[in-house]
Design a protein around this ligand. Structure first.
Ligand SMILES: *Cc1c(COP(=O)(O)O)cnc(C)c1O
Length: 375
């Protein structure tokens, strides 16, 4: 049986019939950037998240950059985040001229270890940027309490976590500002690059909006220097069309994750992802941890099972950040995770038989490994 890591085709066939005429109507208007379709999507997303404002932007990366710029973060400032995340989180901090300050992660959720944040705060710290990694919220009460105490902003990197909840509240409505990605592999993906920024702060929203279009309020008059962070109308139409399915798609992923969990329950060599009781994990990735990760990956690949390593090199060890002076051993939990974690197929339309097949192959691999080491 061939099992891809992700297959987006079943989602497309679900929405195709209703979506295509809407795309054609938009094309007939030859109106491609921002406009009513984007505004409609923004309103729907703000309603869904429960935030006052939402702004469609060109990608999750640009959402992060625009949020940082709107908060006035730049040269000489520091922003706290985790080194075990997609590159964009720290890349955007660097691009503003600020310095990413890394704090290690928890070994079981792979999210930032909040007990280590305060030790990383200096007079230069302006914000904390927690990443809701793989689709599970960070400990936002604790992060907000630290931020309040030190006068810091909180920027949620919720790019992997749309529809995820913390204490019954949607992520994206938990800090100062939040950033989402509509990259096709995210739980709510468009047909290219796209993203969203959400906030409850009207003044901040106006700044976000201005930065999205080169810092303009009135066309061709620039108060500040912004970027081209606009979203295409066609992408907004795709997001609007998919939004009503998002909850059921995320539920499908949760069901698949639960099935894996029970299939791995007797296997001490597979560490399953942990979901905290006050959170709703939406499994943008279902990530296990195993010794011999690279061998298992090769074994699954040879059995035509898709899998991937998120992420093989923590950000403090990336060449581009060598100026930060960090070395191997500085963030041991992140470094270990980068050597042991493996993402398995978990997309909503995955059949129970496929999950059973993937789990059986993994259980077969780890028990064979055990036999070998015992003999
Ligand atoms: C996907 C992702 C981003 C960037 O989103 P793009 O839309 O690909 O630019 C940022 N942070 C995290 C954690 C992500 O997973």
């Amino acid at each position: 049986m061939k099992v891809p890591l992700l297959d987006l085709k079943p989602q497309f066939s679900q929405i195709k019939e209703k979506l295509l005429p809407k795309l054609i109507t938009q094309m007939e208007q030859q109106a491609f950037i921002l406009g009513p379709a984007v505004e409609k999507m923004e309103k729907e997303l703000a309603d869904y998240l429960g935030t006052k404002y939402a702004l469609g932007v060109s990608s999750g990366t640009d959402a992060l950059l625009i949020a940082l710029m709107a908060l006035g973060i730049g040269d000489g400032d520091e922003v706290i985040t985790s080194p075990y995340t997609f590159f964009a989180t720290a890349g955007c901090i660097h691009r503003t001229g600020a310095t990413p300050v890394f704090v290690d992660i928890e070994p079981d959720t792979y999210n930032i270890d909040v007990s280590k944040i305060e030790a990383a705060i200096t007079p230069k710290t302006k914000a904390i940027m927690p990443v809701h990694l793989f689709g599970q919220s960070t400990d936002m009460n604790e992060i907000n309490a630290i931020a309040r105490k030190h006068g810091l902003s909180v920027i949620e990197d919720a790019c992997q976590a749309i529809s995820s909840q913390y204490e019954g509240k949607m992520v994206g409505n938990l800090g100062t500002v939040a950033c989402f990605s509509f990259f096709p592999s995210k739980n709510l993906g468009c047909f290219g690059d796209g993203g969203l920024v959400s906030t409850n702060d009207e003044k901040l929203f106006n700044k976000l909006k201005c930065i999205r279009v080169h810092g303009t309020e009135a066309q061709y008059y620039h108060k500040t220097v912004g970027i081209n962070g606009r979203l295409d109308a066609l992408q907004a139409i795709v997001v609007s069309e998919k939004l009503p399915y998002l909850e059921s798609w995320s539920e499908g992923r949760r069901k698949n994750a639960a099935r894996y969990n029970s299939l791995f329950s007797g296997n001490k060599n597979v560490v399953i992802p942990v979901q905290r009781p006050d959170r709703k994990h939406i499994y943008n990735q279902y990530v296990i941890s195993v010794d011999n990760r690279d061998e298992l990956k090769a074994f699954l690949t040879s059995n035509e099972i898709g899998c991937a390593v998120y992420y093989p090199l923590p950000l403090h060890l990336q060449e581009c950040f060598s100026n930060l002076g960090k070395k191997a051993g500085d963030f041991p939990v992140s470094e270990r995770a980068s050597k042991t974690t493996l993402a398995l197929p978990v997309y909503p339309e995955l059949s129970p038989e496929a999950i059973d097949f993937v789990a059986a192959k993994i259980n077969e691999f780890t028990s064979r490994k055990l036999e070998k080491s015992a003999s």
